[in-house]
Design a protein around this ligand. Structure first.
Ligand SMILES: O=C(O)CC[C@@H](O)C(=O)O
Ligand SMILES: [Zn+2]
Length: 557
């Protein structure tokens, strides 16, 4: 068995797994690590968690350079991005316009925390993809739920629209205003309220940055149950509001399970305290679920109670090459069966994705020559046991021809370097031109057919059609790039992709939400009756419709 897999030319090994060391491909660790500095980290110390800078840095979905402007990833500067209202021909709803009296009120409520300078407002008005731009004239930076409550009570009385904003890393235009909505930033609500080492329950304010929380927990031997590429900028409140999925969902489940409680301010300013820290609570309706994934349209999340797992003692990450998507599926099936309880992530990406990270970000992949790559992570408490299991699995997939090449990392630095090949695809895509993004849930065995069909349909009209995603969750990220935005290309992609997805009983938004971009397409994934009920709930909780208008749901009939 072992000799068989050596002859199959194993890639280099980053770690200590014995058999995989018998590789023939010697790649120096220096070359590898220098090209793959981890991105998205703000490297914030806990001190900064409590004392953040006054002006929020631009959101990052992939910059490894501290201080680098996110907006340098494409050629447009924030002021050049076309106004959303013009691009999509949206009519402003009859909300009030800000008056001098409003400015005076907010200045007295939040002294020094009201931003009205047009230059400072620019980055908050534009989404991370730089394809949507609002024209808000005011950004508010409350520090407490009581302040959020005062803000919303006033806005509701005055009929002023509000867009809640966390790290502004969303990909569907949900966190930026469409017109002149007041931006309500959670950036200064960044306190850890409590952490219970026995239960693993963390209670924190909504503006805590995901990466900072993870660093805080790591010192206590715990981790966040959620991890995603935007971790260096995204806020936990935004993660919950969008029901973000990410890389650890396979192991720890969705936020609908790990979030135990929420504190939410409703549109009229009333404070809903459902910040329970209980694993079990069967008293009445589970109201927190209404706000998870509601994208700030039903209330503003101000604090989160979340169950955090122990930090695994042993982590291994395998990067494997497969010759076909059916081999990818075979490898996935094998890893679920053979790695069982230690399997913590299973991601796939096609060759084009790797070409993009190599050419645009100068990262290098450890193995080449395969049309598909899989990342399989194990996390456990006993390295000898985990390595033995992983070795058996690797022997099996190599011997059966499911995998033709691979490498394994066991050291933290090398694991991060390998992960960045996957995490930075989003960033690499923005360097490739105009990007059309689709985030689909599909039966896993049909996942890549959509990429193949889209590629065939678009032909030379697209620059690249790439597929990658959370294989273990049946979640495909289909991305199409083109030299420039074109109506005819968009029309060729939509509704084709949505119809294809609906035909296969999938979802047109697996984890990114609907925001502004996808809200008109909700009926591909939800029956009309369900959409109607959602609209009724929205009307009941936000009678004047001031919370994140123009998002998530199509206008009520
Ligand atoms: O950019 C995308 O399409 C996906 C972003 C994110 O959900 C990921 O999994 O990397
Ligand atoms: Zn994703």
């Amino acid at each position: 068995m072992v000799s068989c897999f050596v002859s199959l030319r194993l890639g280099w090994c980053c770690g200590t797994l014995p058999r995989w060391r018998t590789n023939v491909q010697h790649r120096t660790v220096a070359t590898w690590t220098s090209a793959t500095a981890q991105w998205g980290l703000q490297q914030k110390k806990l001190a900064e968690l409590y004392c953040p800078p006054v002006s929020q840095p631009p959101p990052r979905w992939g910059s490894s350079l501290l201080g680098k402007r996110a907006f340098s990833t494409t050629s447009a500067s924030p002021q050049e991005v076309m106004l959303t209202s013009e691009r999509y021909g949206v009519q402003r709803l009859p909300f009030s316009h800000l008056s001098d009296g409003d400015f005076a009120f907010f200045e007295s409520l939040l002294p020094g925390r009201v931003v009205t300078d047009p230059d400072e407002l620019r980055t908050f008005n534009v989404d991370w993809l730089q394809s949507m731009r609002g024209c808000s004239k005011m950004l508010l930076r409350p520090q407490t739920a009581a302040e959020v409550s005062e803000v919303l009570r006033y806005c509701n009385q005055r009929n002023l629209a509000v867009t809640p904003q966390g790290g502004n890393t969303g990909l569907v235009g949900g966190s930026v205003p469409v017109f002149d909505e007041i931006i309500l930033s959670t950036a200064l609500m960044n306190q850890v309220i409590s952490f219970d080492k026995v239960s693993g329950i963390l209670v924190c304010q909504a503006g805590c940055i995901l990466e900072s929380l993870n660093q805080y927990l790591a010192e206590l031997d715990f981790i966040m149950p959620l991890d995603l590429g935007a971790k260096g900028s995204c806020h936990i409140g935004g993660n919950v509001a969008t029901n973000a999925g990410g890389l650890r969902l396979l192991r720890y489940g969705s936020l609908r399970g790990t979030v135990l409680g929420l504190e939410v301010v409703l549109a009229d300013g009333s404070l809903l305290n459902c910040l329970a820290s209980l694993r079990k609570d069967n008293t009445g309706y589970d109201l927190k679920q209404l706000f998870i994934g509601s994208e700030g349209t039903l209330g503003v999340i101000t604090a989160v109670s979340i169950l955090c797992p122990r930090k695994p003692k042993s982590v291994n990450l395998a990067f494997l090459g497969c010759q076909s998507f059916s081999q990818v599926l075979g490898t996935f099936t094998a890893c679920k069966g053979m790695l069982g309880e230690i399997l913590s992530a299973c991601e796939f990406m096609d060759d084009l994705c790797m070409t993009l990270v190599e050419s645009h970000l100068t990262l290098s992949r450890p193995v080449t020559g395969s049309p598909f790559y899989i990342l399989i992570e194990t996390s456990g408490s006993n390295s000898a046991h985990d390595e033995e299991k992983l070795n058996h699995f690797l022997e099996h997939v190599m011997a059966s021809g499911l995998v033709t090449d691979g490498t394994v990392a066991t050291e933290d630095k090398k694991i991060k370097a390998l992960w960045s090949l996957r995490e930075r695809i989003t960033e690499a895509l923005t360097h490739d031109g105009c990007v059309y993004k689709y985030d689909l849930s599909l039966p896993v065995e049909r996942l890549y057919d959509l990429v193949t069909d889209t590629r065939a349909r678009l032909g030379a009209a697209a620059k690249r059609v790439v597929g990658y995603g959370h294989l273990g969750d049946g979640n495909l990220h289909l991305n199409v790039t083109a030299e420039s935005d074109s109506r005819s290309l968009r029309d060729a992609i939509e509704p084709f992709v949505y119809e294809w997805t609906a035909r296969h009983h999938g979802s047109i938004s697996a984890e990114h939400g609907l925001g502004f971009r996808k809200k008109q397409h909700i009926e591909y994934s939800k029956p009309r009756g369900a959409v109607l009920l959602m609209q009724q709930l929205k009307a009941m909780l936000d009678t004047k419709g001031i919370l994140n208008p123009y998002k998530t749901l199509p206008a009520a009939p």
